[in-house]
Design a binder for this molecule. Structure first.
Ligand SMILES: Cc1cc2nc3c(=O)[nH]c(=O)nc-3n(C[C@H](O)[C@H](O)[C@H](O)COP(=O)(O)OP(=O)(O)OC[C@H]3O[C@@H](n4cnc5c(N)ncnc54)[C@H](O)[C@@H]3O)c2cc1C
Length: 434
């Protein structure tokens, strides 16, 4: 095997690091994977309570072919389920279905003209192939021009805010188009509802299967051990330091968000470090609620209501009915910049604010039905990709020989997703030059 005997350190035990480590180990490399948390999974991790419940919701789209191929390769095909899912919009104090073209044609907050305009635009996005010219403009400008101010204010702005908080005016049209395209690939036809995939044991089964394969192939997984520095001499990487030792390496793959990767670079790589730090990131705060009862018929509810602090929630148990027996599992995500006061609000106060918002938009919600509320915060959950980002996508190979990067901004114009990171990680292993 071409990588036989080569020492590779993979930093980060999220889906990208695990997939890269798996392919490297299969090709004979001596792999050490460092994960600073006590458990694998990164943004797709479950909590530490042993329930296996993910801290953030994860669904699989029809376009997620790399992920589906990996699931099958690992023998998890029978665990993969597909469920048609309904969407709804909460606008002006009311909840409207928003799943099929018929729902959209009947959507009262928009005039008939706007509904038709919206429908035509959605169909165009589904069939569009080229995106380069969309990279030159902001999503806001493009959406206003193509669908009009009312459609923008009612439909698109809340979606953009849901994902980018205060950064939403900066997002490129290419990113937004790809997001619509990816969702549209989950419909077998324009008239069918979207179908989303999920694993019976959650993303945790995939993580477990990857970890087991890594061990079978002799890779070493070190949990609770952070990489602290890359050792670089003469323009090539030689080792990675941890708190206790220096691990010699022929190659290092940093499968971590760009700001974490930048923090590992020594002064010799300061130009590269500045490039990585030039990409803005949003953090996420997400409330996971286990309830005695469902609060919505829909899997995904978009929210456009100034009285409510969030722009959407996900009733995950509408997709996976086994996930919360006799009750419902809900996620309320908020993407926030690090200087947003809500990023620093105490967990108790933010939880109260979000529960209060839920009671406004889901009158069926009763505080007494709450089984558990868990608020999770991650600092680097979403890269902000402004117009022109296609010229700034960080390369898989850095300017330092033997040093490689895996970060979701490299998926541009695609949004971050598990499947994209699997695809990138597998590509990187085939391109690795040691
Ligand atoms: C709220 C939310 C919902 C999502 N929903 C979906 C969905 O429905 N479908 C979908 O496909 N995707 C979804 N995603 C995106 C998906 O979770 C990510 O794209 C994916 O998990 C990223 O994987 P990764 O391995 O690239 O990075 P990460 O998951 O960020 O993993 C990086 C790992 O590196 C570790 N690390 C960092 N620095 C160091 C260091 N110095 N030393 C050692 N370890 C280090 C971290 O602890 C982490 O475990 C969602 C994300 C969020 C936040």
């Amino acid at each position: 095997m071409e990588l036989s005997g080569k020492r590779v350190v993979v930093v980060g035990g999220g889906i990208a690091g695990l997939t890269a480590a798996y392919d490297l180990a299969r090709r004979g490399a001596a792999v050490t994977l460092l994960e600073r948390r006590p458990l694998l999974g990164g943004l797709a991790r479950a909590g530490e309570d042993g329930s296996g419940l993910e801290l953030y919701y994860h669904f699989i789209c029809g376009a997620d072919t790399a992920l589906v191929a990996l699931i099958e390769e690992l023998g998890l095909g029978p665990e993969l389920q597909w469920t048609p899912a309904r969407t709804a919009y909460h606008v002006s104090g009311r909840l409207y279905p928003f799943t099929t073209p018929l729902d959209i044609l009947r959507f009262p907050p928009l005039s008939l003209r706007d509904r038709l305009r919206f429908g035509r635009f959605a169909a165009q996005c589904r069939s569009r192939k080229r995106w380069e010219e969309l990279d030159e403009q902001a999503a806001e400008t493009w959406l206003r021009r193509e669908t009009g101010p009312r459609v923008y204010d009612v439909i698109w702005r809340p979606l953009l805010e849901l994902k980018f908080g205060g950064f939403y005016p900066q997002v490129s049209a290419a990113w937004f188009w790809h997001r619509l395209w990816r969702a549209s690939q989950s419909r077998s036809s324009l008239l069918q509802p979207e179908k989303f995939g999920w694993l019976l044991g959650g993303t945790q089964s995939l993580l477990n299967a990857l970890a087991a394969r890594l061990s079978e192939h002799g890779a070493e997984i070190r949990l609770g051990e952070a990489a602290l520095r890359l050792v670089i001499r003469g323009g090539r990487v030689l080792a990675v330091t941890t708190a206790t030792e220096e691990l010699p390496a022929d190659a290092v793959i940093q499968a971590v968000p760009l700001p974490d990767a930048a923090a590992l670079l020594p002064p010799e790589a300061s130009t590269w470090q500045q490039e990585l730090l030039a990409v803005d990131f949003l953090g996420v705060r997400c409330l996971r609620l286990r309830l005695d009862q469902s609060v919505s018929e829909a899997y995904w509810v978009n929210v456009n209501n100034p009285q409510v602090a969030f722009n959407g929630f996900i009733e995950y148990s509408r997709l996976n009915p086994h996930v919360e027996p006799g009750g419902a599992l809900i996620y309320i995500p908020m993407y926030l910049a690090a200087d947003d006061p809500r990023y620093h609000l105490s967990a108790e106060d933010l939880t109260q604010e979000l529960l209060q918002g839920l009671s406004v938009i889901a009158p069926g919600f009763e505080a007494s039905s709450l089984r558990e509320a868990v608020l999770t915060t991650d600092p680097y959950a979403q890269a902000v990709t402004p117009p022109g980002f296609r010229h700034r996508i960080p390369g898989l190979a850095g300017p330092v020989r033997g040093a490689y990067l895996l970060d979701s901004s490299q998926l541009y114009p695609s949004d971050r997703c598990l499947s994209g990171m699997v695809r990138l990680a597998r590509r990187l292993v085939t391109e690795l030059k040691i």
